[in-house]
Write a protein that binds this ligand. Structure first.
Ligand SMILES: [Zn+2]
Length: 450
């Protein structure tokens, strides 16, 4: 999303934006305890092993894990929280969110809302999105494109910083600022509107860049303004009006400039891409992850395996859109049906071929906080429950570039720990009932009955 208008991505939309509100029931994060905290539960998933262990224990001092595993020794002065018949897990991670917006409602109403409201109102409305996400068990997210219509603000940077300062509850965020894309492409917020309705063509400061030099300028501008990761649209999208969903939108020289400049600045590049031809070009150019990937063929998936490219499938996005397909304009209905039809076979092939699958949902296309529903969609298309859990923990931590401090329950890692009832490898929907969340050593949700 970007400047003039921006949209979430299932990506697509050529326009607009965001929403939300605060919940009153959740207490402010507790201060870090001076005593060690010990979390106990019937099972533990450590984020890297293929099996759960019984009698799970995690010892936390300050914001750091000092012990984790089965029957780990408990310090004498520890405060013990026994979570019972539950499974301890590293905090979940989502590689594809848009916390600055909520595009889950009626498509045309949301477009108008983004144009009607003041920027300050839109900014306040994103606060509940962050809260719902962390309370669902997601302690870290990659937020891949955010902004308000016809505005050059960087709301995702502001949201990240406010969360880091402890002003509002939410996950750790790696933010992309404005998605980078071609004129008339999926990220061109004026796509679908009358020419000059917004007074000017979007440019590199909106993320719209044509030619290698403009793309380098856009990448540098975004990093200057706080981007942790770069997002670009290299094929059309579903929720935008004037582009075909699978058509390539960057030429090879533009793709090479995008990857080279982003990696030069030591950032990773995530590309929105539904089409097979665009995906091949992007993978060959060296992008770090393909987002969506709906139409990718087996030979393209093989290429990803060779190159170590991650796939972020965002199954929830198409699932949610298809559930209320009648609410979208006809052009979007057609694109959504085609992409959804193709993505199930693509995902099954990706699992069979064994490429790296990073957990990511496209939250904003559906209501924030429902991210865990992605797990059951993944297992329903052939992924083993344990692999889906690994995807949302250590695999995402590697893609995010934070595996040295997050993604597993191990001594020395930051204390992001969640708990869900029962055994998620026996019933993956247990992930949808996370009842305990600790982030950075602070309890942000605890529904344990005393
Ligand atoms: Zn998206």
């Amino acid at each position: 999303m970007h400047s003039r208008l921006r949209f979430p991505c299932f990506c697509a939309l050529t326009l607009l934006l965001f929403t939300s509100s605060l919940g009153a029931q959740t207490p402010a994060p507790s201060p870090i305890s001076t005593r060690p905290i010990v979390l106990k539960a019937a099972r533990l998933f450590d984020g890297k092993s293929k099996t759960l262990v019984p009698n799970g224990v995690v010892v936390i001092e300050g914001n750091t894990i000092t012990g984790a595993g089965s029957n780990v020794p408990i310090p004498d002065n520890a405060e013990i929280i026994d979570l019972g018949d539950a499974t301890l897990s590293p905090g979940f991670m989502d590689a594809h969110t848009h916390l600055t917006s909520d595009f889950s409602g009626n498509y045309n109403e949301r477009r108008l809302h983004m144009l009607d409201e003041n920027i300050s109102q839109l900014a306040l409305e994103m606060i509940p999105n962050a809260k719902a996400t962390v309370e669902a068990g997601f302690t870290s997210v990659r937020d891949v494109g955010g902004g308000f219509p016809n505005s050059h603000d960087f709301p995702d940077v502001s949201l990240r910083n406010a969360i880091n300062k402890g002003l509002i509850p939410g996950p750790r965020m790696l933010v992309a600022t404005h998605g980078i894309g071609a004129t008339g492409g999926h990220f061109d917020d004026t796509n679908g509107f009358r020419d000059m309705l917004f007074g000017a063509e979007p440019d590199w400061f909106d993320g719209i860049a044509d030619g290698p030099d403009a793309i380098r300028k856009a990448v540098r501008f975004e990093v200057k303004n706080g981007a942790d990761v770069i997002k670009a649209a290299v094929s059309g999208g579903v929720l935008s009006l004037a582009d075909e969903v699978d058509v390539p939108q960057f030429d090879p020289a533009e793709m090479a400039a995008l990857v080279d400049e982003t990696h030069r600045l030591r950032k990773k590049v995530a590309v929105h891409c539904h089409g097979d031809a665009a995906a091949k070009e992007a993978i060959n150019a060296g992008v770090d992850s393909i987002e969506h990937g709906s139409f990718m063929k087996p030979d393209t998936l093989q290429l990803m395996k060779q190159k170590g490219t991650y796939l972020t499938p965002t199954l929830m996005a198409s699932e949610y859109i298809m559930g209320k397909i009648g609410q979208y304009p006809p052009a979007i209905q057609d694109k959504a049906k085609a992409a959804t039809h193709a993505r199930s076979e693509m995902f099954r092939n990706a699992v069979k071929i064994g490429i790296k699958i990073s957990f990511g949902t496209d939250a904003s296309v559906f209501p924030h906080g429902l991210n865990t529903k992605e797990f059951a969609l993944m297992t329903g298309l052939g992924m083993k429950p344990i692999d889906a859990l690994l995807s949302a923990t250590s695999v995402d931590a590697e893609l995010f570039g934070v595996a040295n401090k997050l993604g597993t329950l191990e001594k020395g890692k930051l204390a992001d720990v969640i708990a869900m009832p029962g055994d998620p490898t026996a019933d993956i929907t247990a992930t949808e009932r996370v009842f305990f969340v600790m982030k950075d050593g602070k309890i942000v949700k605890n529904d344990v009955k005393p």
